[in-house]
Each structure stands twice: as C-alpha cells, then as structure tokens.
Write a protein of this length. Structure first.
Lengths: 482, 462
C-alpha cells in the first residue's frame, strides 16, 4: 500500500497540477510534493520498524511474455526514493520569484518525472524497470526543449537520441536474459540466479554497461552532458544532475553487477579505469571553464566518475561510499546549480569574468554558497567527505594506484571550486554586478534545507550506512564469483 | 465467412445508395454496417476450431480460424476509423462519393480474403481485389496531376508485381501439383529437392515484398503515398499494409514453411536492407506523407522480422505490432489531414507552431509519433519488444541488433515533427479540426496508451 502510494501520488499530482491552472500550479505542485515527501518519511519509519517486507508488491501484469508489476523497497531503493522526494520540493521551491511561462505544464512534467524516477528505483521486474527508465526521459526532454536556452533544439535532441540508443541496447540485453532464464520472466530474483556462460555474460555486460555509462555519464560517453546541462532550464539541470544520473549508478548496482558477475569480472578493470580517467579528465577541463554552469557540469562528471569507480571496486566500502556519495552529490549539486541560478537571476550572466564582489552585497547568500561548496569539495564534517573517503578507501582496497589518481579529484576539486568562489564572490565588484539583492524567502528556505543536510549528513552518516548495508551486502555476495 | 459476405454486400449497398440518392446517409450506414460486421466477426471467434471452405472440387479455398478472425477484427476496426474520416474529407466531392466509398469497402473485402486464404488462387484474388481498388483510389483526384501520376505509377508497377506473383504461383503448382497451402507444405517438407518450387517461392516472395514495400521493391511507395489523396494514403499505409503482411505470414508459416531454411537467408537480407534504407532515407524527407511512407517501409522491416520467425507466437507479435502501428498512423493522420487542409501545405513545416495554436492536437500527434518511435509505455514500444523477442528466440540475433540500431535512427525523424510543433512559430491561425477527426484522434491515442499499459487480453490472442 505504501509502495503504491509512493509511486502513484506523483502521477496524480501531475494531473492535479495541470488542472489547477497557471497561477496556482507552482503552489499546488509544492504542496503535493511535500505530501509525497511526508509519505516517504512514513515509509522510512515503517522500514526502520518492520524491514522491507511490507513494501513488497507483486501483481501479474502481462501473462505472455511474463511481465509482472513487481515493486519492492530495500535499503538501497529507499534511500534513493527519499533523495528523489526530498529534492523535488526543493527544485519546485527554487522556481518561486521566477517567471515560468506555461507553468502548469512545467510543474506537471516535473512531477511526471518524479513518478518515473520513483518507479525506476522500486521496480524489481526487468521490463517494468525498463519502462520507467524510458519514461523518465520524456518529461526531461520536453522540459529542456520548451524552457531551455537558445541552443536547446539540437542539444536536447542529441541528448535524447544518445541516451535512448543506450537504452535500446539494454532492452536487447533484457530480451536475451529473458530467453536465458529457464522460467522465462524478468523477475529480478530469477535474474540474480541465472547460469549464463562467461562469453555470453561478456557481451551482455556491454549491452547494459553502455546504457548506464551514457546515463551516468562515464567518459567517453559524456559528450551530451555539459551542453545539455547548460541549455536546460535550472530545474531541468537539477533533475538531471541531482537525480537522473543516480538512476545510472543505482542501475549499475542493481541490474548490472549481480546479473552478469562473470562479465563484470572480465570487464570491471576496464570500467574502473575509464571511471578514473574520467575523473582526471573532467577535473582538468573544469579548471579551464569560464561558465559557472559548465564548470559545475564537469565537476559533476568528476564526482560521478568517482562514484562509479567505487561501484566497480566491488567491495563493501566502495558500495557504501557510492550510496552515501549519491545522496551527498544529489543534494550538493542541486544546491550549487541553484546558487548559479541565483547569480544568473541577479546579474544575467554566468561568465566568471564579469562577476566578483557579491559577498559584500549578499552575505547570507555567500555563506550558504560557501557551505554547499565545501560539501562538494569534501571538507571533513560535510556530507561530501564521508562519501569520498569511503569511495577512495574502497578503490584503495581494489588498487592503490587507481586510488591515488582518483584522490586527485579532491585536490583538483578544491582548486577549481574555490577559485571559482574567489572570483565570483570575493574581490572587487565585477562589471556585471550592479545590484545584488540578498536571498528571497524561498531561496533562503531551499538553500537552508540543503545546508542543514550537508552538515547533518556530514556529522552523522551512520543511519544511511545502516539502512543501505543489507541490500549492498546481498549485491556484493551475488557479484563476487567463487 | 459471413464477415466476408456481409462486407461484400455493404460495398454493393453503397453503389445502390447512389441510385437511391441517399448520399447523406452513406457514411452513417457504412459505419453502422461495419460495426455490425465487427460484431459478427467477433462472434465467429467462439466457434470451435477452424472452418474450412472448399471450392467446386472440395479443395481448401479458405480457412476461417482464430488467425484470420483476429486480423479481420483489426482491419474492420481500422476501416471504421478511416470511414469516420471520409465524411469531411470528401465533402467537396459532389458526384462520386458513393463510388469512392464503395471502392474503399472493396479494399476491406480484399483484405478479408487475404486473411483467410488457404489456396494460392485465393491469395492472388485477394491481392488483386485490394490492388485494383487502390489503383483507382490513388488516381481519384482527377484534376490533380500528382494523383494521376500516383495512380498510373502504382498501376504499372503493381500489375508487374502481380504478374511475377502469378508466375511464381504457376511454378509452385508445377512443382507440387496443387494450389493448396497444406499440400504445398507437405510436398516441401517431404524433402524432395525441387528447383522449380524454389524458384516459384522466390517469385511469389518477390511479389509479396513488392506489395508490402520492402527494400529493394519499395520505389513506388513514397511517390504513390505522396501523390494519392491523404485518406487513400492512410488506407494504404495501415489497413492494406497489415493485410499484406498477414497474408505473407500465413504464406510463409504454412505454405512455404518446409523451405524456410532456403528462404530465410534471403528474407533476412531484405529485412536488414529495409530497416537500414527505410530509416536512413526517411531522415532527409520534408514532406510528411513521404516521411510516413519511409517510416512505413521501416516498419515493414520490423514486421518482416515477425514473418521470419514463423512460430505461432510470432503471429501474435505481428498482430500486436500491426495494431500499434495502425493506431499510431491513423492518430497522426487524424491530426495531419486538417492541418494540411487549412494550411494548404503537406510538408513538415505545416506543423510549425501547432503546440501553441492547437495544444491538444499537438499533444496527441506527439503521442502518436512517440508510439511510432517505440517509446514506452505506448503500444509501439511493446510491439517492438514482441517482435524483437520473437526474432531473438528464433535465432536472428544479428538481424535484431540491426533492427535495434535502426530504431535509434527512427527517433530522429519522428522528432522532426515534434520539434516543428513546439520550437517553431507560425503566423497561420489555429486549425479548426472537424469534430469527427478529433474523436478519431482521441480514440487512437487512448487505445495506443491502453494497449501499451494493459496489453493482457491481446498478447496471447493467437
């Protein structure tokens, strides 16, 4: 019951918001998103008391081929569902005091997106999962297409076709799994126990890995990312970077490692190397960026590279780190893109060159920006530190050299982020900074929530680790081949 | 069986309607008649086992089984949707309305013959009923030079293909001594190595490939689709295409199943070519009807995958795919035809700014395009899924990978239409869509969604 509520409330909300009309849309959307957040809060408390059993939903959906409506919520799914439902209200809150044309469609699409994302994180039947995965692409495409920047048409089309290309390969992989499965179904419990020969797993690995690597993105499949982040409206960028790329990392854990362990054993080293190369590549490019949104996009690319490296390290620390860092990165990156949006809103530019001296004009904003930024560069006592520490530790257990190179991400990250902060916020007042009103109430509230989360998660990450552990242990057991 | 007879009568009734001066009542009459025939068709479903209809010498001429009834139901429903569009489309035609409508009913009659044929003679008869009706309809805009061209081109090329088909049938008869599918199948599987049968089969397959517009027999299709009146294009690209495929599937899975090893290589090659060429050429099209013609060619490629995997389950996949394709295409044309009419333009630019001027139409056309592109949770996605799944099970793995890659290309040109609607502006006023067009559009899109989300009753139909 809780599971169905979690899934369908956003869908109903989307309809309600669309019918509420242009003026009320943002407020109704916020209210309904908070309702969904409350439901996930109740789900969390239920989970802590009774474990995953009450969340199990299984209905026959299509008899032949056997596709079932199979939802479940283990620790891993729960955390990501909570992340989604926590970020969506913040994302909606960030639109207040902004003029959004055709608001009802905009918010309806955001909530549609929430529906699909929650579905991805809870679906335990391969094809059901695939349907939600694809469904998540459509709202974000239209959000970027209709509300995006001047160069949006070719950029969003590239994004759409690129990611869909990966997905279709995954569909092919799923169909193969279906026929490899003697029971002939997509049920995840059966897929975890398939006996597929090593050579078949080897190419099945690529069918799935490509889909996820494009979505995450892992270098060299990242070319859609920076352009799309820049052209999409702020909320679209937040959805993409905060939640949508977590779909890819979650899927690595849930749908790749345990299903084709032999394939992972064969290709995992290559994958983790790609991740680490990507970290360094993205960090170096980030240093050269002049546009704040581009810089954040490349910094995000570096972070997700490290998260994926933690996944492919295939040990509990790496897994734990990836989960913590998924949450931390989701929260931080949404905060950072919101800060960029606030700057753009006041000065109409995102170019670092024309900015400077904002700190004197907007002290509240610059303090909060600083805290979130420190979380992002993994200062101890912030959420980013816990994640990156565990990830590096996990990669260290896998291979010292890789870990050393991956560790550069912290140093380089500090370099480009602090440099950006210095140029934008400190120093003399920039040419483009005439007046800079401090935070409005909605901005204060949204950034305040993020700042609190950055610090609380940094001080006390234990509950997250405890919730995730059983699910991760299970995945690890299935992945390590005797 | 009765379905066929009643449909024939309905066509004759249309002609009589002209004499009795009942022009206004014609379309309601046809719709009511088709609805009744649909019910009759569904009632035959319950009849236990196939009904075999013999000729003079008691040979098998037709066989009414669940396969033919399912496809008949689909095409009668398709015909109803199309006839709902005819009223406004032909409202300026003073004289020939009943002729046109009667001929369109005869297309359906031919299709019904194709679904239940069990004898190559009936196959040829069905194909000719459909084709000759379409030759006439393609050229039915006599004042329009492009319509004349379409009719003439279709007639010349089509009759050539029919001749090849007929030649193939005679060779098969020469080899096996029979026109009946089961006797041909028995001969083919007996292991007798007969060059005559092989050549005959190749010629028949070539003829069929021409009719379904597979590469390299597709050259007629874009020109004919573009030149014909839009409604005839709809008929050709939906009902007729599915009818030819259903016949092709029965021919391959029953009659020629014994030489499947021999034909499958050629058909795989044709399918791969069709998928690649259809999708690639569609990329550069600017005319909406040509675009849908090439999209139709690429969809023929997917349906060829079902024809290749001749298992019984593949017929379900073909049916489902056909249904998804028909609904999406008619849904798209129900939006497009009024747009063409009001803006006097049949290129993709005609859709510019539709997202602002007609948000409902634009949203529904978007859904139809997404279904054609195979995006979940629409019917087009599950259709592709079933086809891929059956093809993989039958061992055509490389061909399926080609199909997957081709469908990635496909997304690009379907999105051209969506992009025109939402990112370009226009000075043209809002398009006033007739009520019936809106109804057909809503029916198609809702069914596309329903079929995608709740396919339960239809996946195991056959």
């Amino acid at each position: 019951m809780m599971t169905l509520l979690l899934l369908f409330v956003p869908l109903v909300s989307a309809l309600v918001v669309y019918l509420a009309g242009q003026k009320l849309a943002s407020k109704v959307a916020l209210g309904l998103a908070v309702v969904e957040l409350a439901i996930s809060g109740i789900a969390l408390s239920m989970y802590l008391k009774e474990g995953p059993e009450p969340f199990y939903v299984f209905h026959e959906w299509i008899a032949s081929p056997k596709i079932s409506f199979h939802l479940a919520l283990d620790g891993l799914s729960l955390l990501l569902v909570i992340l989604t439902n926590l970020l969506i209200p913040i994302i909606i809150l960030s639109t207040f005091h902004r003029l959004i044309p055709n608001a009802k469609s905009y918010f309806a699409l955001i909530l549609m997106m929430q529906f699909a994302l929650v579905g991805v994180f809870m679906a335990m039947d391969g094809l059901l999962y695939y349907i939600f995965w694809e469904l998540a692409l459509i709202p974000i495409y239209f959000i970027a297409l209709r509300w995006g920047g001047p160069n949006r048409v070719p950029v969003t089309l590239k994004f759409f076709i690129y990611t869909l290309a990966g997905s279709l390969l995954m569909l092919f992989g799923f169909i193969m799994l279906y026929w490899y499965n003697p029971q002939q179904s997509f049920d995840i419990r059966e897929l975890y126990n398939l006996a597929i020969s090593g050579s078949n797993q080897s190419w099945l690995f690529w069918m799935f890995f490509l889909a996820f690597a494009i979505k995450i993105p892992i270098v060299p499949f990242h070319t859609w990312q920076a352009d799309t982040y820049r052209e999409a409206p702020t909320q679209g960028t937040m959805l993409l970077s905060g939640i949508m790329l977590k779909m890819g990392i979650y899927s690595l854990l849930r749908w790749l490692l345990p299903i084709v362990p032999l394939g992972v054993a064969q290709w995992g080293p290559l994958a983790i190397t790609l991740c680490v190369v990507g970290i360094m590549y993205a960090s170096i490019i980030a240093i050269k960026q002049d546009n704040i949104k581009n810089l954040l996009a490349y910094s995000s690319l570096a972070h997700v590279g490290l998260i994926s490296a933690g996944v492919f390290a295939i040990n509990l620390h790496g897994f734990q780190g990836s989960v913590v860092q998924m949450l931390a990165h989701g929260i931080n990156v949404v905060g950072l893109f919101f800060c960029a949006d606030i700057i753009f809103n006041r000065t109409n530019t995102l170019s670092i060159d024309g900015l400077g001296g904002i700190r004197n004009l907007a002290p509240k904003f610059s303090t909060m920006f600083m805290v979130i930024l420190l979380g992002s560069v993994a200062l101890p006592l912030t959420n980013g530190f816990i994640g990156e520490f565990l990830l590096l530790y996990g990669v260290y257990e896998y291979n010292i050299w890789l870990s050393a190179f991956a560790g550069l991400t912290i140093i380089l990250g500090a370099v480009y982020m602090l440099r950006m902060y210095k140029k934008v916020m400190l120093g003399n007042t920039g040419t483009r900074v005439q007046s800079f009103p401090d935070l409005y109430w909605n901005e204060f509230l949204a950034l305040g929530i993020i700042v609190v989360l950055v610090i609380v998660m940094g001080l006390y990450p234990k509950p997250v680790l405890e919730i995730a552990e059983p699910a991760l242990q299970l995945i690890l057991d299935k992945t390590i081949v005797q | 069986m009765y379905t066929l007879i009643y449909t024939c009568c309905l066509g004759l009734l249309c002609l009589v309607g002209e004499i009795l001066n009942l022009r206004k009542l014609l379309i309601p009459m046809i719709l009511a008649g088709l609805a009744a025939i649909f019910v009759v068709n569904c009632m035959e479903w319950d009849a236990a086992g196939p009904v075999i209809i013999g000729g003079m010498d008691m040979s098998h001429m037709m066989r009414v089984d669940s396969y033919s009834i399912a496809f008949s139901g689909l095409s009668i429903f398709t015909a109803m949707l199309i006839f709902a569009l005819t009223g406004n489309f032909y409202k300026n035609e003073e004289h020939h309305l009943s002729d046109y409508l009667a001929i369109l009913v005869f297309v359906l009659t031919g299709a019904l013959v194709l679904f239940s044929f069990y004898n190559l003679v009936m196959l040829f008869l069905g194909i000719e009923i459909v084709s000759i009706s379409l030759y006439v309809m393609a050229g039915s805009r006599r004042q329009d030079i492009r319509s004349n061209e379409a009719g003439f081109k279709y007639f010349l090329m089509g009759s050539f293909a029919s001749a090849i088909l007929l030649f193939g049938i005679t060779l098969i008869f020469g080899a096996t001594g029979s026109f009946e599918l089961d006797k041909i199948a028995a001969f083919a599987s007996s292991g007798t190595d007969s060059t005559l049968l092989h050549i005959g089969a190749l010629l028949v397959i070539s003829g069929m490939l021409f009719k379904v517009a597979a590469v390299p027999f597709h050259f007629w299709s874009p020109d004919v689709y573009e030149g014909s009146p839009s409604l005839v294009t709809v008929m050709m690209s939906t009902l007729v295409k599915v009818a030819f495929f259903a016949a092709f599937f029965r021919l391959m899975s029953v009659g020629l199943s014994g030489i499947h090893d021999y034909t499958s290589d050629i058909l795989s090659l044709v399918a791969a070519l069709t998928l690649i060429a259809g999708n690639l050429i569609a990329l550069s099209q600017n005319n909406f009807k040509r675009l849908l013609a090439y999209s139709g060619i690429s969809h023929a490629g997917y349906m060829l995958l079902a024809v290749l995997s001749i298992e019984n389950e593949a017929s379900s996949a073909l049916w489902y795919y056909g249904a998804a394709y028909v609904l999406a295409t008619i849904g798209a044309f129900a939006v497009a035809i009024p747009v063409f009419y009001f803006r006097n333009d049949e290129t993709i630019d005609a859709f510019n700014g539709l997202g602002k001027k007609n948000p409902l139409q634009a949203a529904f056309l978007t859904i139809s395009m997404l279904s054609l592109a195979g995006i979940p949770p629409l019917a087009g996605f599950l259709g592709k899924y079933y086809i891929f799944s059956e093809a993989i099970r039958s061992g055509y793995i490389w061909l399926t990978i080609v199909a997957v890659l081709a469908s990635i290309v496909g997304i690009y040109y379907y999105f051209k239409v969506i992009l025109a609607m939402y990112t370009k502006d226009t000075v043209e006023p809002e398009v006033k869509s007739p009520m019936l067009y809106t109804v057909v559009m809503i029916v198609c899109v809702v069914l596309s969604l329903l079929l995608g989300v709740w396919p339960g009753p239809f996946t195991n139909l056959l």
